[in-house]
Design a protein around this ligand. Structure first.
Ligand SMILES: NC(=O)c1ccc[n+]([C@@H]2O[C@H](COP(=O)([O-])OP(=O)(O)OC[C@H]3O[C@@H](n4cnc5c(N)ncnc54)[C@H](OP(=O)(O)O)[C@@H]3O)[C@@H](O)[C@H]2O)c1
Length: 200
């Protein structure tokens, strides 16, 4: 499967490497453009391509892996999503100096993203741990859990299948409004590391 990634830093490159290991092709993009990604593509190998944000966003499944403060600007530049899946991996930090968290009032990060990318099917995933934590070796007989939340059952099923291809166990926490709040900063599953035994 072709997977687009918006943002090519820690999350973008780590997920790209894992997607490639699972046999997928990745189209990686960032703000500065494909020319700035040659080293990253060299590290990832021939199943990775550097593309524009628009080209990455045209894939059937796209990962949003950019700073929260850039989300509005980045999504505004992209064409209509026409039902394509947007995996929201963001956390709502206002900066990476003192890690102040954006105050969203009654709103939630993923619901804001779903409004900004109006016709995308948004699934929240991969935000609850430092990204490498999802891929640390699990104890024998266990797999790591990756939580997901979203409002579209088919989109969640596709993301769950993608997560399984990474040798993780998807765990559906419900809608963006409920599960998404559990997963975002301050939510009960933010920072939660969960293992599932292979037997049950
Ligand atoms: N780091 C983790 O372990 C981790 C874990 C879970 C969730 N998250 C969340 O995942 C997101 C990505 O985190 P990160 O640590 O990988 O890196 P980051 O520093 O948040 O993002 C850097 C990437 O975003 C791109 N970018 C910035 N502004 C952009 C814009 N306006 N349009 C397009 N691309 C833009 C940058 O492109 P340029 O280099 O060209 O500027 C760069 O590729 C964040 O929301 C973070 O909170 C991070």
């Amino acid at each position: 499967m072709n997977i687009g990634i918006l943002g090519a830093a820690t999350v973008g490159e780590t997920l790209a490497a894992e997607f490639i290991r699972a046999g997928h092709e990745v189209l990686l993009s960032n703000r500065r453009g494909p020319g700035s990604l040659s080293l990253v593509i060299h590290r990832l190998g021939s199943q990775a391509r550097a593309v524009t944000l628009e080209q990455a966003a045209a894939c059937p499944i796209v990962v949003l892996a950019i700073p929260w403060v850039s989300v509005k600007e980045a999504l505004a530049k992209l064409p209509k999503w026409e039902g394509r899946i947007l995996i929201d991996a963001t956390n709502t930090f206002l900066n990476y100096v003192d890690f102040t968290v954006d105050h969203l009032g009654d709103d939630s990060g993923s619901e804001i993203i779903a409004r900004l990318a109006a016709d995308a099917r948004v699934v929240k995933a991969f935000n609850t741990l430092p990204i490498a934590g999802f891929f640390n070796a699990a104890p024998e007989g266990h797999k790591r859990v990756a939580f997901i939340a979203g409002d579209d059952a088919q989109a969640k099923a596709s993301v769950a299948e993608l997560i399984r291809s990474l040798n993780l166990v998807p765990m559906d926490l419900g809608t963006l409004g409920s599960g998404g709040r559990f997963m975002q900063l301050g939510g009960v599953f933010s920072g939660a590391e969960l293992l599932k035994t292979n037997d049950l």
